[in-house]
Design a protein around this ligand. Structure first.
Ligand code: SF4
Ligand code: SF4
Length: 292
């Protein structure tokens, strides 16, 4: 079961929720830090680094003397990473998403793929948890291939908690696309609700089931439950605004260890999540069977 934690912007308490859910998981868990531009789950993780690997994406490169100037490669590239002005194509590796389309359509095999390093994946291990985090290389703009590399290293027999990137763009899509449930973290303020709506539109478009966790409840006056009800989304839990929690986070501690009153809240979140994903899976199985 894969559970993703996401939010429309940074600083809402996404990592607080992810690391504490991993810490309180009922079974051994992989915590996947997919906030690859600024991974910070490791600040709360006590395990040892056991592995670091570079991650590359395949980018096209021109084989001298083969191009016949047909222009097909520029026409197929949806990301404007190939431009054609005359005798041969110009390739922009920074814009390339590594889909392989241009090499595939080239009728004379004039485009070969080379691996360009975009970052690294680091694995840390502790007795019941593993942290797998991606770190994007400075200057790289394409985080989805690295996010997918982090997710590929998760153990399919374990629970996985995905700490997604902030925002509502293609990085969020890469992080949550194959998850069973997304928990969107929101603050009870007008700005918080605006960001939540952006993230909700992406999540709805991808068709991933979702629910909301309100963080710093009591901070603003906005009724998040009523606002979520208008969008047809359930609020699973509220984490109160608390100086004790803020202090624990600032010191790199697990909030659940320092603030025991949070324990029933996280126990309820896990119980709701597990029952929802069980039901969701059995529903999907029934649908699939009916389709067949
Ligand atoms: S590999 Fe895909 S994204 Fe990259 S240049 Fe070719 S068609 Fe464009
Ligand atoms: S598809 Fe191949 S032959 Fe055609 S322009 Fe691109 S590199 Fe040249």
């Amino acid at each position: 079961m894969r559970l993703a934690i996401a939010s429309g912007k940074g600083g809402t308490g996404k990592t607080l929720l992810a690391v504490n859910l991993a810490w309180s998981a009922p079974r051994p868990v992989d915590l996947l830090d997919c906030d690859v531009e600024e991974p910070n789950c490791h600040l709360f993780f006590k395990g040892q680094v056991v592995r670091r690997e570079p991650v590359t994406k395949p980018v096209p490169t021109l084989v001298p003397g083969r191009c016949t100037a047909c222009g097909l490669c520029a026409r197929i590239c949806q990301f404007k990473a190939v431009a054609f002005f005359g005798k041969e194509p110009l390739l922009f590796a920074d814009l390339c998403h590594g889909c392989g389309g241009c090499s595939w359509v080239c009728p004379v095999n004039a485009l070969m793929e080379r691996g360009e390093e975009i970052g690294e994946v680091e694995v840390r291990e502790a007795p019941r948890q593993r942290l797998i985090q991606g770190r994007l290389r400075v200057g790289q703009a394409q985080s989805p291939p690295l996010i997918r590399a982090v997710k590929r290293r998760a153990d399919p027999d374990r629970l996985a908690v995905v700490d997604g990137p902030p925002g509502a763009d293609c990085s969020l899509g890469a992080a949550i696309a194959d998850c069973d449930l997304v928990l969107l973290v929101a603050e009870p303020t007008n700005f918080g609700m605006y960001d939540l709506e952006l993230a909700l539109s992406t999540v709805h478009r991808l068709g991933v089931p979702c629910a909301v966790i309100v963080n710093r409840a009591g901070r603003g006056r906005l009724d998040v439950r009523a606002a979520c009800a208008r969008h047809g989304v359930e609020v699973l839990a509220e984490i109160p605004e608390s100086e004790e929690i803020a202090r624990a986070v600032a010191r790199g501690r697990i909030a659940l260890e320092s603030v025991p009153s949070l324990q029933p809240i996280f126990a309820k979140i896990w119980s709701d999540v597990l029952s929802r994903t069980r039901d969701g899976r059995s529903e999907r199985r029934v649908l699939h069977h009916a389709d067949v």
